[in-house]
Design a protein around this ligand. Structure first.
Ligand code: ZN
Ligand code: ZN
Length: 320
């Protein structure tokens, strides 16, 4: 195989804290887009320009693969699929987040109440969630992609790796001979991906232990000895092994800081989040609570904390 890049990266600004987004356009047959960006003019124009540079148009896209069901990754997918007839692929665990009627707030509310998030913060988050709905079209039909599936092209194939953590249905695509990983939000150069708490796909009455899963998924990637990782946000990662080790150390430090905040009285995840990160606003409250619950799960596993349910709110104290 030649040294030609497997895909062209398409970068443009997005109206989220992360700032910008990278999509990947595979020119090989069938022409495939990895992620689409949200439903914004920035995304539309960047995709059209990148296609035109390859003497292609939107109509030529035959396949759209979505790394996970966050709006920045799939918001524009339906519009592109309607114009091109492209088939859309996503992991089954994330399909629900892309469907008509999906209600982010209703899904997260029990978790956030349990975490002690006050009413005014819940209202702010609900308003944010309604606003972001303008950045997506729900998907009508999506085909499943899961662990061990292949995304095949005429001259090569990418392996699908299920990497739950940041999202329950997050997938990465791997070109084994080249050691190149299209890693979505699983591995980012300057940010540690948020271990978003969600209902567990197989047992919706329980919440996911997203950071425990994330670290397991990170270990799975570490074992591959990837040479180059191409993320959905920020620059390419030329030393993935180093970055993986760095993220591991980061979580270790954060876990230690959280341990020092625990006392004998008990605190909610929300209270601990405020101590760690300051008072959160809008969307941040969900990210902060996810971050804290993730590290509390690690401490629970280490038997360093105990959890107690008091009238539907969970309090964490230092283990005796
Ligand atoms: Zn994401
Ligand atoms: Zn993202």
């Amino acid at each position: 195989m030649s040294d030609q890049p497997l895909a062209t990266s398409i970068t443009f600004p997005v109206p989220f804290a992360v700032g910008s987004m990278n999509l990947y356009l595979f020119r090989a047959d069938p022409p495939t887009l990895l992620d689409t960006g949200p439903k914004t003019d920035h995304a539309r124009e960047a995709i059209r320009q990148a296609l035109a540079a390859q003497r292609l148009g939107v109509k030529d896209i035959e396949r759209i693969v979505i790394t996970h069901g966050h709006v920045d990754h799939f918001g524009l997918a339906r519009e592109l699929a309607e114009e091109s007839g492209a088939k859309i692929y996503i992991h089954p665990y994330d399909v629900c987040k892309t469907e008509t009627g999906y209600d982010f707030m209703a899904e997260k509310l029990p978790l956030l109440k349990e975490a002690g998030v006050p009413e005014n913060q819940l209202r702010e988050l609900a308003a944010w969630s309604r606003e972001t709905e303008a950045l997506l079209d729900p998907l009508e039909e999506a085909h499943p992609l899961q662990e061990n599936d292949l995304v095949a092209f005429d001259s090569f194939a990418l392996e699908v790796l299920h990497c739950p953590g940041h999202s329950q249905g997050h997938i990465c695509l791997y070109h084994r001979e080249r050691g190149e990983l299209f890693c979505g939000d699983h591995l980012l150069k300057h940010i540690s991906p948020n271990p978003a708490v969600e209902p567990s796909p197989d047992a919706p009455e329980r919440r996911s232990r997203s950071l425990v899963q994330y670290l397991d998924s990170l270990e799975k990637i570490e074992r591959l000895n990837v040479r180059r990782a191409l993320p959905a946000h920020g620059p390419a990662i030329e030393s993935p092994q180093e970055r993986i080790a760095e993220i591991g150390r980061h979580h270790q430090r954060r876990k230690d800081r959280l341990l020092h905040l625990l006392d004998g009285q008990g605190s909610t995840a929300y209270e601990l989040g405020k101590k760690l990160f300051g008072a959160p606003k809008e969307m941040d409250v969900y990210l902060v609570v996810s971050e804290v619950l993730g590290h509390l799960d690690l401490l629970l596993r280490d038997k360093k904390t105990v959890a107690e349910n008091r009238d539907g709110v969970i309090y964490y104290s230092a283990a005796a």
